[in-house]
Design a protein around this ligand. Structure first.
Ligand code: ATP
Ligand code: MG
Length: 310
């Protein structure tokens, strides 16, 4: 497992809303603490990552969070423009073709192009020899990827695209990117899950799909937002009896809240067990931070746990 942070690219996916952005940012902090020059990169113009670090997003360029830790937001339109400029070696032509009217046409004419150039940009960011002039290489790029289905489509884009463009430079580039993202020595695909029934089912399904559709092994699963169970069974029974005894309103609320937290934590343990039994990939748990705004402190706490466990 120590090897996870030794890859060049970590692709973080999972069901919507389970904590992909949070875990990608925490992994980036952990890698940075472990001495890796790290870039954490979101796709599809969400611009949530810089905000997670308390910074303003700056579009299609690398933003320094602190020395050795950068964030980047890849949006498909800019990625297509950059790709056209590179392919055509002409700003004017690229500007013309990448103009907003033609962009729509291009995207429709070449399905998968947006995904292909997005993953192509991610690949470029992860290379030791960067094409972008004046850029410094990273030891590790962590991608805050789209949710399950779109995440798989993104990783599969080079293969799909390579099959459409069978010869020529586009085919060659697609093959290079495809080989890189499916080589376990370079790239790890990981998932974030919640210890709840539906997210566990989807994560088990994701592991199967990644293997079947991409021929890639899901490397690791992060079970996020686990509640600590602070009550023993006997203590819970005592609270239960007190609740049944008709306490005052204030006491009732406190007793009910404690019992509910206890029951949620127990249900989570049971779903965590189901997740671990069903998966081939190892599971690392991350605590619930008991706040709605994770913030930089919360990320640091999660990163510290990851540093200990990975
Ligand atoms: N361990 C945690 N403890 C407490 N809150 C958390 C934790 N992890 C994530 N959250 C919160 O849960 C919400 C969803 O997290 P996040 O945005 O990382 O999920 P996501 O999978 O990236 O969502 P989306 O699919 O919308 O991109 C956020 O408000 C985040 O602050
Ligand atoms: Mg997100």
């Amino acid at each position: 497992m120590g090897a996870l942070l030794d890859r060049r690219l970590i692709f973080v996916t999972g069901k919507g809303g389970v904590g992909k952005t949070t875990v990608a940012a925490a992994l980036a902090l952990a890698a940075h603490r472990a001495g890796r020059r790290t870039l954490v990169c979101e796709v599809a113009a969400q611009e949530r990552l810089a905000a997670a670090f308390g910074m303003a997003a700056e579009g299609f360029r690398e933003v320094e969070v602190e020395p050795g830790l950068n964030a980047f937001s890849v949006n498909p339109e800019d990625a297509i423009r950059e790709w056209l400029r590179y392919q055509l070696r002409s700003r004017t032509l690229a500007g013309l073709l990448g103009g907003s009217r033609i962009f729509q046409y291009l995207a429709t004419a070449a399905p998968g192009l947006a995904e292909m150039v997005t993953i192509g940009k991610v690949w470029e960011l992860a290379q030791l020899e960067r094409k972008t002039p004046g850029s410094t290489p990273y030891d590790l790029v962590i991608v805050d990827a789209p949710a399950t289905g779109h995440g798989i489509a993104l990783l599969g884009a080079p293969r799909t695209f390579g099959e459409i463009a069978r010869v020529g430079p586009i085919n060659r580039q697609a093959e290079i990117v495809d080989a890189f993202v499916r080589d376990p020595a370079s790239t790890a695909v990981v998932a974030v899950a919640l210890a709840e029934e539906m997210p566990v089912t989807e994560t088990l399904e994701l592991e199967r799909r990644v293997a079947a559709e991409l021929d890639v092994r899901l490397e690791h699963v992060f079970a996020n937002a686990l509640l600590a169970n602070r009550l023993s069974g006997t203590e819970a029974a005592t609270l239960d009896a007190a609740l049944a005894g008709g306490p005052s309103d204030g006491a009732r609320a406190a007793l009910a809240a404690s019992l509910e937290a206890h029951q949620t934590a127990r249900a989570q343990r049971s779903q965590l067990g189901r997740l671990k039994r069903g998966l081939g990939a190892p599971v690392t748990t991350l605590p619930h931070l008991l706040t709605h705004d994770v913030g930089r402190d919360g990320l640091e706490r999660l990163a510290a746990k990851l540093e200990r466990d990975l």
